[in-house]
Design a protein around this ligand. Structure first.
Ligand code: SF4
Length: 224
């Protein structure tokens, strides 16, 4: 049940929708707000690129990121294909990230899969504050399982770069439960979208929202 005006789901779309449906509408459906660009986002991209080059291609980390070498080197030893872009169809079959019919999509920073394709462990670099919410990892596991249905055991960790620490181990193996939750969430959004129901939800993130014409928008403490 794709809705032609809705974007493919992703962790960021669901997360934005959960924060404020109106914000999600302007960012992903109307697309009438500028792409968010902050120093933190730019730095996050630079760190991800450097770590991906290190883990996937063995490229030495720049001096400023050498402090992450002890986290990256053990993962690089498995020779993973980092920044793996995956897509899924409404049917649950896998597809390309950019395919026309893609229903949901995501990127896995570091997927490590055993040779028999029965077990996988996922790592996700995080530059923000520590928060062990497995939702993003669970969506990644769902996408990976669609590509490799023989996977029986999937675990995942965030890597907290500020703390120089590997986070908790999350069991992501119950992809059927994740699938049901995604379908449910999608149906809620789908039905609201059909009714044009994208309510504003005022909250602390209004200061960091790109929808400046919203009545709840206010400048951030940093003045942007
Ligand atoms: S300013 Fe607040 S209420 Fe308005 S769209 Fe943004 S997040 Fe939603």
């Amino acid at each position: 049940m794709a809705e032609k005006n809705l974007p493919p789901w992703s962790h960021t779309f669901f997360s934005d929708y959960g924060t404020c449906p109106s914000r999600a509408y302007h960012k992903y459906v109307a697309k009438d707000v500028p792409k968010e660009e902050t120093d933190a986002l730019k730095e996050g991209r630079r760190v991800h690129d450097a770590l991906d080059a290190r883990v996937t291609n063995g490229v030495q980390l720049p001096d400023i990121y050498q402090k992450y070498e002890f986290l990256a080197a053990p993962l690089a030893a498995y020779r993973p294909i980092g920044e793996l872009k995956l897509g899924i169809l409404w049917s649950g079959k896998p597809c390309g990230f950019f395919d026309k019919e893609v229903w949901g999509r995501g990127v896995i920073d570091v997927p490590i899969i055993n040779a028999a394709r029965t077990s996988a462990i996922l790592f996700d670099w995080k530059t923000g504050k520590r928060k062990e919410d497995p939702t993003e990892l669970r969506l990644q596991a769902l996408l990976l399982h669609a590509q490799h249905p023989t996977l029986q055991h999937i675990t995942g960790h965030y890597i907290w770069l500020r703390d120089l620490a590997i986070g908790e181990s999350h069991n992501l193996s119950d992809v059927d439960a994740t699938w049901e939750e995604v379908r449910y969430q999608w149906n809620v959004i789908f039905n609201h979208a059909k009714a044009g129901h994208w309510p504003e939800r005022e909250g602390p993130l209004c200061s960091y929202c790109p929808v400046k014409k919203c009545r709840f928008w206010r400048p951030s403490p940093e003045g942007k």
